[in-house]
Design a protein around this ligand. Structure first.
Ligand SMILES: [Zn+2]
Length: 243
């Protein structure tokens, strides 16, 4: 169970994902999302599920934000988590599936779908159980003490210095040629991609020289790809809900 405040893509990450998704909604889906979420809209509410973790509205929602795995698992065992939700290591897949399956999606349900669809593609949210999703892996970011989980939720994104709008627009330009391919991928393929990325991040930890610039140089692109995938797949989910 995660007990530190680092829960998910940081606020900026969730806003970037929500903006990419919103930009890729059909007219009909956009209208429905606007109507449900009100004037402030999807980007504003993208972080609400992190804010209410200590509230009593959804007392069990703390473990909806991650689905941790042991290291070194076979692809078939990882893929099985989408069908037979694991009993341990979080409830992200089960929660997201049941929210999407709700017949009438109210305001809270929709806010959770927007948020959790982002966490789903955050590598440290499919990370190892024994270190609480990288929360116990200490590392230095420039001269500051931090944790692997936080580096992926926040530090890497912040290192680029963009606003969420600038970042979303940059990624939409850079990845537009890959949009079709990402839309066509199955949930299983995307989960395995995510898991293998997480494993590579852990492996890098063993050989990294501790230089933050080297870390950013190695991982910026994979991190950005995950943000884009999350945004496009969230658009797909919402376009299917409101078709
Ligand atoms: Zn979260």
């Amino acid at each position: 169970m995660h007990t530190t405040p680092a829960w998910s893509w940081g606020q900026k990450g969730h806003r970037i994902i929500a903006k990419i998704a919103y930009d890729n909604l059909t007219k009909k889906a956009r209208k429905a999302v606007d109507k449900t979420l009100g004037e402030k809209g999807a980007i504003y509410w993208a972080n609400w599920p992190d804010e209410i973790k200590s509230d009593t509205i959804y007392p069990t929602s703390y473990d909806w934000h991650f689905q941790d795995f042991d290291g070194g698992l076979s692809d078939s065992i990882v893929a099985d988590a989408l069908i037979h939700y694991p009993k341990e290591g979080g409830n992200l897949f089960r929660a997201l599936d049941s929210l999407v399956a709700e017949k009438e999606k109210g305001v809270h349900t929709l806010r959770f779908i927007v948020h959790l669809s982002g966490d789903r593609y955050c590598p440290m949210h499919t990370a190892h159980m024994d270190d609480r999703g990288g929360n116990d892996v200490k590392m230095q970011w420039f001269r500051e003490n931090t944790r692997l989980h936080t580096v992926w939720d926040e530090r890497l994104i912040e290192s680029q210095g963009y606003s969420y709008t600038e970042y979303a627009e940059k990624l939409e330009i850079e990845y537009s040629a890959r949009k079709k391919e990402i839309l066509a991928m199955s949930d299983t393929e995307l989960l395995l991609h995510n898991y293998h990325l997480t494993e590579a991040i852990y492996a890098y930890q063993q050989t990294w020289d501790g230089n933050t610039y080297h870390y950013i140089y190695r991982w910026r692109q994979p991190m950005e790809e995950q943000l884009y995938i999350a945004g496009i797949r969230l658009a797909k989910v919402l376009n299917e809900i409101y078709k």
